[in-house]
Design a binder for this molecule. Structure first.
Ligand code: IMP
Ligand code: MG
Length: 174
């Protein structure tokens, strides 16, 4: 059996913050809509809630990446496992990430998207661990900063488990 992660961010705290982010995004993109690009798999839960909190025309397209094996350290190598289904030329793109740890994944994905001629690329991340940052990745919309803990739930996994937890919990790793 999985041990039960201790609650770091409760479901209602996440929901309240997500609503604020959605309102801010709708305000900032007012009048011209945007393309939400959730990074799979980790951000599928956050993106589903965020999308519904944005009262503006939104298109959604997914990027799949793999930057972790079964461990908890970023390899720095980002493999694209699923690409966007449509061009993003002249579009306003908002990359949606679950967590920015070293920043390597976001930095890599932003430069990849920039090569496709979008009008703008911004980043929305639910969580950031500032103490672990290795590259400066600008996060335009941030939910919460957290300490250097390994967190799971609300889409985030440890070795593909815990994604369905409704809250964000910290795992006490051996
Ligand atoms: P980065 O490239 O080091 O910023 O790592 C980013 C990716 O690593 C995230 O999108 C997550 O998929 C994963 N990750 C980083 N920290 C955690 C964590 O505490 N729990 C679960 N996944 C994590
Ligand atoms: Mg991720």
């Amino acid at each position: 059996m999985d041990s039960r992660p201790r609650v770091l961010l409760a479901a209602d705290e996440i929901a309240a913050r997500t609503r604020q982010l959605g309102a801010q995004i709708a305000h900032d993109y007012a009048g011209h809509g945007l393309v939400l690009v959730p990074v799979l798999k980790g951000s599928f839960v956050f993106a589903a809630d965020l999308a519904r909190a944005i009262d503006a025309p939104v298109r959604i397209d997914f990027l799949g990446v793999r930057s972790y094996g079964a461990g908890t350290e970023s390899s720095g190598v980002v493999q694209i496992t699923h690409d966007l289904s449509r061009p993003i030329e002249r579009e306003d793109v908002l990359l949606v990430e679950d967590i920015v740890d070293t920043g390597l994944t976001v930095a890599h994905l932003v430069s990849l998207l920039q090569t496709r001629g979008p009008r703008s690329v911004r980043v929305c991340a639910l969580l950031q661990k500032p103490s672990r940052s290795r590259v400066s990745a600008a996060i335009d919309y941030l939910g919460f900063t957290i300490d250097d803990l390994f967190v799971v739930g609300y889409g985030l996994d440890f070795d593909e488990r815990y994604r369905n937890l409704p809250y964000i919990g910290a795992l006490d790793l051996p």
